[in-house]
Ligand binder design. Structure first.
Ligand SMILES: Nc1nc2c(ncn2[C@@H]2O[C@H](COP(=O)(O)OP(=O)(O)OP(=O)(O)O)[C@@H](O)[C@H]2O)c(=O)[nH]1
Length: 250
């Protein structure tokens, strides 16, 4: 009975969160040694899966489901945790929206790849924190194919915001509810959030995140992302480079 053997292996590693219309199953921690600037940093990795709300599924049922549903067709997010995230008094986190082009290919049209790596450095240097990698957030929520079309419009002179709205999308349609539910499971206390985006702070706060302060993260400007970075400040309301770390009002 291979399945009960697998279920036994994972049963202590799965937790369920009831989250309104959905249940979230979180698996982890799993040791993830990460090469950061030539040094190995040991992170604890968790991934999660959304299911329609219902009776709690056993580990065996979850294993059965792996073959019943095409999970590869659905996007799943994950989080890298560093240090004693549950208990440390001051932890720093980043909620990073997936950017296929920037994070994977190293595209310089945006600053995403830089922010991803730099936030991992900031978290390890701080000693405790977490990097949430949000898989259903591509293009600030419009998806990869739509982002590709938005890029073509940008090549004709539109900025990021106008390209999105011309295609009938909101400038930003990201939802942080699931990620926050997972964050609360991993750490009850407040966190510092790495971002330049006040709307992200507001959206996170509204969705129930306990934010102690904001930590800015700018860098890696180039001729290719100059307009993108300017648009963040001029149109999307991002705090500029000069803004320092700050306490977020509750
Ligand atoms: N629609 C669209 N999305 C883009 C473009 N360039 C990058 N993105 C997406 O923008 C998102 C950036 O996410 P984040 O870096 O987490 O968030 P942010 O709102 O820029 O705020 P920060 O936390 O300050 O970085 C990613 O999902 C990228 O895929 C673009 O030209 N058009």
């Amino acid at each position: 009975m291979i399945q009960s053997h697998i279920a036994d292996r994972i049963k202590d590693k799965i937790r369920r969160i009831e989250n309104g219309a959905n249940d979230i199953y979180v698996v982890g921690p799993i040791n993830l040694p990460v090469n950061l600037d030539g040094e190995t940093k040991m992170f604890q990795w968790y991934s999660w899966l959304r299911k329609e709300a219902g009776e709690a599924k056993s580990a065996a049922q979850l294993v059965e489901d792996l073959n019943r549903f095409s999970y590869a067709e659905m996007q799943q997010s994950s989080v890298l945790v560093y240090g004693d995230f549950e208990h440390e008094s001051d932890a720093v986190i980043r909620m990073h929206s997936i950017c296929h082009t920037g994070d994977i290919f190293g595209s310089e049209r945006c600053d995403c790849g830089y922010q991803l790596k730099q936030s991992m450095r900031m978290i390890t240097e701080h000693g405790t924190g977490a990097l949430f990698y949000l898989a259903n957030h591509e293009g600030r929520g419009i998806g990869l194919f739509s982002k590709a079309i938005a890029y073509l419009l940008q090549e004709d002179g539109l900025d990021t915001v106008d390209a999105n709205t011309e295609l009938g999308f909101a400038d930003d349609s990201r939802d942080y509810g699931e990620a926050i539910a997972v964050l609360k499971l991993l750490r009850p206390a407040s966190v510092a959030i790495i971002t330049n985006n006040p709307r992200k702070v507001e959206a996170l706060r509204k969705a129930g995140m306990n934010i102690a302060r904001r930590v800015p993260l700018w860098g890696n400007p180039s001729v290719y992302n100059e307009k993108y970075l300017q648009t963040k400040v001029n149109r999307s309301g991002h705090f500029g480079q000069e803004s320092g770390s700050e306490t977020v009002a509750r």
